[in-house]
Design a protein around this ligand. Structure first.
Ligand SMILES: Nc1ncnc2c1ncn2[C@@H]1O[C@H](COP(=O)(O)OP(=O)(O)O)[C@@H](O)[C@H]1O
Ligand SMILES: [Mg+2]
Length: 245
């Protein structure tokens, strides 16, 4: 049984269809990368999965339990198992790195503040920022802020992590440190569903690559297949275009 199972999932904004029947499953410990042109629905898929955008039809289940996106309790339960990190970090500017990390565990999981803080310091150390606990976001580089955002997502002890272009807003020199953090995370066996334009990274880290276009999965397969022997014309065109540049 897949850990995350997405069946015929559709969604749109104000009646305009954006996702058109997505089928995808993620096994325990799998790292799946979504690729495809801008506007193909990659971010929308992640937003629907985490409960930020309502699906119009379809089914999502996690570990065999169907998610009811119309139910706040069901979405709350989902978010104890699934976390998301965005391109723009979304850290609270008026809180230190450590306070950003401790907020959700204390407020939504009811973890005691001292325990959350101890765990928060461990997480900061695990992303190479042990000495930045008391820094505010504007005292940190983009790469450091993104690593705090990853630590914050991990503080909820998710079983699956969604990463939406988390290196796209960074200076080129800062991309590597964030990718190293994701690489280390993948080795821990957490499941991941990520969107990235760092194609060599996608190729290296993914157990499977999923090509999306126009709100659908066009093709999915091991990285070697998608990058060197794509089956579908749309995938061939996309891979051809990105490899030429
Ligand atoms: N909040 C929104 N309201 C209306 N349309 C949106 C919104 N967010 C995204 N869209 C549209 O949905 C489509 C898919 O967008 P998105 O999921 O962000 O694609 P991708 O992440 O693959 O670039 C695009 O046409 C985009 O303009
Ligand atoms: Mg996007």
């Amino acid at each position: 049984m897949p850990f995350l199972d997405i069946v015929d999932l559709s969604a749109g904004y104000g009646g305009a269809p954006i996702l058109n029947g997505v089928n995808l499953s993620v096994g325990k410990g799998e790292v799946i990368s979504l690729i495809g042109p801008s506007g193909s629905g990659k971010s929308t898929l992640l937003r629907v999965l985490i409960g930020l955008t309502a699906p119009s039809s379809g089914q999502v289940s996690i570990d065999g339990t169907p998610v009811d996106y119309a139910s706040k309790a069901s979405v709350r339960a989902l978010r104890r198992r699934m976390s998301i990190v965005f391109q723009q970090f979304n850290l609270f500017q008026n809180m230190t790195a450590l306070a950003n990390i401790c907020l959700a565990p204390v407020k939504t999981l009811g973890v005691a503040p001292a325990a959350a803080e101890a765990r928060g310091r461990e997480l900061l150390a695990s992303v190479g920022l042990a000495d930045k606990a008391d820094s505010y976001p504007d005292q940190l580089s983009g790469g450091q802020q993104q690593r705090v955002a990853i630590a914050r997502a991990l503080a909820m002890q998710p079983e699956i992590l969604l990463l939406d272009e988390i290196t796209s807003a960074l200076d080129p020199e800062r991309v590597g440190e964030v990718l190293d953090t994701v690489r280390a995370l993948a080795a821990t066996g957490i499941s991941m569903l990520l969107v990235s334009h760092e194609m060599s990274f996608v190729r290296e880290i993914s157990t499977r690559v999923v090509m999306m276009d126009a709100g659908r999965v066009v093709e999915s397969g091991p990285p070697a297949q998608i990058f060197t022997a794509p089956q579908e014309a749309r995938t061939k065109a996309f891979i051809g275009a990105i490899i030429r540049h």
